[in-house]
Design a protein around this ligand. Sequence first.
Ligand code: PGA
Length: 245
Amino acid sequence: MLIVANWKAYVEDLDKAKKLFAVSKKLTRTTRVSIVLAPPAPLLSLFAIGNKSKVAFAAQDISKTAGGAQTGEVTAGACEAAGAAYVIVGHSERRALGDSNAVIVEKLSRAYAQGLVPILCVGESERDGGGRYLAVIREQLMHILKSLTPKERAKLIVAYEPLWAIGHAAAQAIDANDLTEMTLYIRKVLAEFSGKNARSIVLYGGSVEPTNIRALAAGSNVDGFLVGHASVDPVVFKALVQALH
Ligand code: PGA
């Protein structure tokens, strides 16, 4: 199982970041869970450069530009140089700030060009009774998948993050049956492009906490989780990873 800890902008001081990194290193030694930490950009290199532990690192986002005269942009190249192996692309909090599907496609191509593995977030904003949410996910995926080469598709990690489930307590997360349905559906759409034998990594994110992670993992066919608020407290994060283990 893979846990991607999306620190968002919750972690702003070095002490806290150090504690979270220390706990994560220990957990990769004592459990079979793989951990990827996604710190805010300025903190990334402090931990990721020269990192010899089993913990890997992700950027939370990258610029769609290739660099140059682009004040304030954090490019894929800079993230790669800072030690990131992964990058989260298309998170709903970035989509809300203007990342359209077209922008996401540009960001993905920057990520691939630098050898970063993209974690593409998809998710519907609401659950309707008529199954429209399935069409929303299909549309988001199709738009991206059709622009990728087969090699790129094979590397893509998909994180299913329904917007209505993000940032709440465990009770508001998706239930295990609905997650199973959605994981199957996402795999079906991926298979339409990549063939039945290709198996992409599919993660779930949205109010994953120590109390619900085990139930969400059991039988849902997900390969892991993208975790926000429960990944930024060392005690809670340790409990979360151990619950999965
Ligand atoms: P959450 O965030 O775990 O706080 O719901 C998940 C995410 O947005 O990646």
